[in-house]
Design a protein around this ligand. Structure first.
Ligand SMILES: [Zn+2]
Length: 184
């Protein structure tokens, strides 16, 4: 009887933990090349990428696909932190450059630095667009348009599936402090 109870407890714990991790890390299935400190360029063939990326990420990052609009959890996110490339861990955008464009994808008016991304002409689908790729692993991220807000006037329209967000630890602390002091 006691043994059964212990097994049952473990089962409940297992489901609980699975739920916790499932909620906090939808894109956290990291590739072996993911690193937030290594800045060396990543070059892999699509055959290799296919083995290590999830089908959703592979479709956008390597086949230049587009996720369905209004499906990214990051589209309306107002959390303070940094957006990294979900494929390689390269820092791409800060939350203070993020804005709600209403276009259906997470939008930013500037990247973290000029070298964090690569831009290239894209004349596919009968349109003249500028493609945005990761500066480290050359994964397709989205496109940049010139209808953004000041100060840059640019709109970096990025697929949420190739973004990996981390909340700023200091910002989180400040926010919690403010919450507790204003609540008392
Ligand atoms: Zn990358």
């Amino acid at each position: 009887m006691k043994d059964k109870l212990i097994i049952l407890t473990w089962c409940v714990m297992g489901v609980f933990l699975q739920n916790c991790f499932g909620q906090t890390s939808p894109t956290q299935q990291k590739s072996p090349l993911y690193s937030r400190t290594d800045t060396t360029k990543v070059t892999q063939t699509n055959t290799d990428w296919k083995k290590i990326l999830s089908p959703e990420v592979y479709q956008v990052a390597r086949l230049k696909g587009t996720e369905r609009p209004f499906t990214s959890e990051y589209e309306h996110s107002k959390e303070v932190g940094t957006f990294y490339c979900a494929v390689c861990g390269n820092a791409l955008f800060r939350s203070n450059a993020k804005y709600e464009s209403g276009c259906g994808w997470p939008s930013f008016f500037e990247p973290i630095s000029k070298t964090s991304i690569i831009e290239a002409n894209d004349n596919t689908l009968g349109m003249r667009r500028i493609e945005v790729m990761c500066g480290r692993c050359k994964s397709h991220l989205g496109h940049v348009f010139d209808d953004g807000p000041p100060p840059t006037g640019l709109r970096y329209c990025i697929n949420g599936v190739v973004l990996d967000f981390e909340k700023a630890k200091t910002a989180e602390k400040k926010f919690n402090k403010k919450k507790t002091t204003s609540g008392s």
